[in-house]
Design a protein around this ligand. Structure first.
Ligand code: NI
Ligand code: MN
Length: 226
């Protein structure tokens, strides 16, 4: 698995010959100015919830790539209404086998509405099993007891967790979440993009090290092998 950070909570995952993009928010993220949006290709787009910092480029990217969008029922219905019909609806607790592997849609303790105010269903995260690996993408979740279910069911190779605080977990809660999902390697997201979620990198790294866990603070455009 090759994981490329596109800024905020947007990642590109290349696995089993397919390309997945999570929560597209690139063109209106000044920190992601180095990412060439027009050059992006994808087979699948996964959407955790409806908020603008996760869906701003969703329709444009779906149209540009023709990718199948995997999202909850409400986001699927909203996309269909806006002309994006290559969608796969899911809901919390469900899983589906795609051609790259299995997606399990899991609970995220957060809210969800579309940029136009339409109800966005329950906020979600995903566990992806592909190419002999398993990763957890937490979306915008708070620390929640439901994460223990993931720890009991999966042997994760990496957990992609928000660390920016204010709207989501902070890095201390993310470190606890790593314990609950039983994964020592956290890849951070949802940090530094705006003033509310600026993170002191050194303090975050030191906290994880002191708790015998690994925190990767990805650089935009950088690729991590899992
Ligand atoms: Ni959100
Ligand atoms: Mn967000």
């Amino acid at each position: 698995m090759q994981l490329t950070y596109l800024g905020h909570s947007c990642f590109m995952l290349q696995t089993a010959g397919k390309t997945l993009i999570f929560d597209p928010f690139i063109k209106s993220n000044p920190l992601a100015a180095s990412i060439s949006f027009d050059a992006l290709t994808a087979d699948y787009i996964l959407v955790s919830h409806g908020h603008e910092d996760h869906t701003a480029d969703l329709i444009a990217l779906a149209q540009q790539t023709g990718a199948k969008v995997i999202a909850n029922w409400e986001i699927h219905a909203w996309l269909n209404k806006h002309g994006v019909t290559n969608t796969h609806p899911m809901n919390i607790g469900g899983k589906w086998m795609f051609d790259f592997g299995t997606v399990n849609m899991v609970f995220a303790a957060h809210s969800s509405s579309m940029p136009d105010g339409t109800y966005g269903g329950t906020a979600a995260g995903f566990v992806i099993e592909s190419d002999g690996k398993a990763i957890y993408y937490a979306g915008d979740s708070a620390l929640t007891n439901d994460m223990k279910i993931i720890g009991a069911k999966y042997m994760l190779d990496a957990a992609l967790l928000p660390i920016g605080d204010n709207f989501t977990m902070d890095y201390q809660d993310a470190c606890e979440a790593a314990l609950w999902v039983n994964c020592n390697h956290v890849i951070a997201m949802h940090f530094d993009t705006f003033g509310f979620i600026k993170v002191n990198h050194e303090q975050a790294q030191a906290y994880f090290t002191a708790n015998s866990k690994i925190l990767t603070l990805p650089t935009i455009g950088g690729t991590i092998t899992i």
